[in-house]
Design a protein around this ligand. Structure first.
Ligand SMILES: [Zn+2]
Length: 408
């Protein structure tokens, strides 16, 4: 068993975020909650540049200057390496992500992670899967081969009892069976999440929020878990009409020839180019374009989770969005983005679409992309994590399993 000494007495244990929040008394008191806004708020203005920056040399902004274009950035291998190496030198490399226990709001991320694992397992060519919940549906997206994502997910659910030999995926299959599909297991799972969520105060949520707004956020945990359960049941049934009712594949990938988003009904030509919008940014783009008409009730809780932690570029976009007043994910925005971890992955080389929807405007995109290319990247102030798979120890009451054991 691995023990870390983090907040054992309170029963909450979240090394993953606590390790990067050493100066935050709020997160130490309630480390089970971590939203993007918490850190983004601290980084508004010039503080994001507080550590030495390494420009992404040979990287460039490709498009996005005219309406309708999806902004693209090209990050060279040299640029990615320079950034990642500088970061590793500053903070140490090969640091284990540690372990964490999913509680309260984080249980929504946890259940989304189980489903993402199974979706990725059977979707040939996909690099990453991320998922969220919106308007009673599970939204799911991947980096490549979105066209095969739903079939891959369905195939995994039709073979839920299979032992694949992948420890992490097999565990997630078991969790789906015992905590989502089994009614008494789900009742316990949901009830525990509700009890844990009750302890969360407005101050814990990482962005300015009234008590009433915080209450509204907290009350969404149960319905979100219900939606995830509905999606799991539909996928298990194999009934396409049910699946369509509860599961939606979201695709904002960028086609390199057209430089535009293919949100609805787009055809993928994945073999024609390497440009893509990473899965989480596809989700954000969709959410930003499908905002609730009534925002008087307070922000919508948007838990997002996948197999891997956000790469440094996606993380940078997320945090920038959370710090912008005029972003739907900003302090006054309709969407409250909740990640269970705030430890970003590395910068990957290649061409990547940037979600203008998440950032709110062209000028916000310009600022964000310029910061990115100049090396003013949020991830610069974080250690390099050993492996890109997101922390995965939720099955263990002792929180003893570290990420690298997940073997994915
Ligand atoms: Zn990414």
């Amino acid at each position: 068993m691995q023990t870390s000494g983090v907040n054992q007495q309170s029963g909450v244990h979240h090394i993953d975020t606590a390790a990067t929040q050493q100066s935050s008394s709020t997160s130490q008191n309630h480390p089970q909650t971590m939203s993007l806004g918490q850190e983004a708020t601290q980084q508004t203005g010039t503080s994001m540049a507080s550590t030495s920056s390494t420009p992404l040399t040979s990287s460039s902004r490709l498009t996005g200057s005219t309406p309708g274009d999806v902004p693209l950035v090209r990050i060279s291998m040299d640029g990615a390496n320079a950034h990642n190496n500088t970061r590793a030198e500053a903070h140490g490399s090969q640091e284990s992500a540690g372990s964490k226990k999913y509680e309260g709001l984080n249980t929504t991320n946890q259940a989304l992670r189980w489903i993402s694992s199974l979706a990725l397992e059977n979707t040939k060519g996909a690099v990453e899967v991320q998922a969220t919940v919106h308007e009673g549906k599970l939204l799911i997206s991947c980096n490549k081969n979105t066209a095969g994502l739903l079939e891959g997910l369905k195939a995994s659910f039709q073979d839920l009892g299979k032992i694949t030999g992948n420890e992490r995926n097999d565990r997630h299959r078991q969790n789906i069976s015992s905590q989502l599909l089994d009614e008494s297991g789900f009742a316990k799972f949901k009830s525990a999440a509700a009890t844990q969520t009750e302890k969360v105060s407005a101050n814990d949520l990482g962005r300015q929020m009234s008590d009433a707004e915080a209450e509204r956020v907290k009350q969404q945990v149960g319905p979100i878990l219900d939606t995830i359960q509905n999606a799991a049941k539909a996928l298990q049934s194999g009934d396409d009409s049910q699946i369509n009712q509860y599961v939606k594949v979201v695709d904002s990938q960028v086609h390199p020839d057209k430089n535009k988003s293919l949100v609805e009904g787009g055809t993928k030509k994945n073999d024609e180019g390497k440009a893509c919008m990473h899965a989480e940014q596809s989700l954000y783009d969709y959410l930003a374009k499908n905002l609730p008409s009534d925002k008087s009730e307070g922000p919508l809780l948007i838990p997002v989770a996948g197999v891997k932690r956000p790469c440094a570029v996606c993380d940078h976009v997320e945090r920038s969005a959370a710090s912008l007043q005029d972003s739907p994910f900003g302090e006054s925005g309709e969407l409250y983005l909740h990640r269970a971890s705030n430890r970003p992955g590395v910068v990957f080389p290649g061409i990547q679409g940037i979600s203008e929807g998440a950032l709110g405007s062209k000028s916000n995109v310009d600022t964000t992309v310029n910061n990115l290319l100049n090396g003013q990247i949020n991830a610069q102030s974080h250690p390099v994590i050993n492996g890109s798979t997101d922390t995965d120890s939720e099955h263990s009451s002792s929180d003893s399993e570290s990420e690298h054991k997940a073997n994915y």
